[in-house]
Write a protein that binds this ligand. Structure first.
Ligand code: GLN
Length: 240
């Protein structure tokens, strides 16, 4: 018998979903099933209604042009997203939406795309693209593995902590060795690949928060992560 149902909302799957980011939703869904829960996948698109019953929010990356397409709608739902974040909603926010969850993204041609201020950070588009495999170490999640491809250079405000410290690759910017951001129950990162198949500890963190928030407690199942472990080892041995 199912222990409950978690509603996973993907933000802007048409515009903000590159380098396999949709895989994050598939991992969350499959791990819920392995833990004995059901998953229901919802979408929010520009010009659509924001679903009422949401337990976990996933946002992906996108080109600058996609970020411009969704910016108006994102501002419309911003107060709701800020309230949900404060209320402990778990969120996984990758690359293009990571930038827009900050204060603003100024692209390389000077266009300013306003952010929604959930995360105190700012991003400046550069001429150089930061591309390649990344390994970064997190106190909460161990080694984090993924793939970055962005021109934005992101700088965190003084009160915001990075998700991880980079040992291979660039991460948030080419000056510091920070990758991503951690705030409330939000995990934000530049890493695609997708991120979650190679980082089940992050997937289970998000699921634990979602299930506990809805049902009061999370009863994990017995999940065999030997394939994820192989993928992590392989990812860690790849060149930049
Ligand atoms: N357009 C943004 C940049 O290049 C985000 C790219 C992405 O999501 N991969 O910085």
């Amino acid at each position: 018998m199912s222990k409950g149902t978690i509603n996973i909302l993907q933000l802007y799957p048409r515009e903000m979903n590159i380098y396999g980011d949709w895989g994050n939703v598939l991992v969350l869904k499959q791990r819920l099933v392995w833990h004995g829960y059901d998953a229901n996948i919802l979408e929010h698109n520009a010009d659509g209604e924001f679903p009422a019953d949401v337990d976990l929010i996933v946002g992906g990356g996108g080109q600058d042009s996609g970020q411009i397409v969704i910016q108006q709608d994102l501002q419309l739902i911003a107060p709701h997203l800020r309230a949900l974040a404060k209320d402990g909603m778990p969120m996984l926010i990758i690359c293009g939406l990571y930038q827009l969850f900050g204060n603003y993204f100024k692209t390389h041609d000077g266009t300013v795309i306003p952010g929604i201020g959930v995360l105190d950070l700012e991003t400046h588009g550069g001429t150089e693209r930061l591309i390649g495999n990344v390994v970064a170490s997190s106190d909460e999640f161990g080694d984090v593995h993924g793939y970055e491809n962005h021109s934005g250079q992101t700088f965190l405000g003084p009160g915001l902590r990075p998700l991880a410290v980079v040992s291979k690759g660039e991460g948030n910017n080419s000056k510091e060795n920070h990758e991503g951001a951690r705030h409330l129950n939000i995990v934000a990162s530049y890493l695609h690949g997708s991120l979650l198949p190679k980082n089940p500890a992050i997937a289970d963190f998000l699921l634990e928060k979602a299930v506990t928030r809805k049902y009061g407690s999370f009863e994990p199942g017995d999940v065999d992560d030997s394939l994820a472990e192989l993928a992590r080892q392989h990812a860690g041995s790849r060149p930049r």
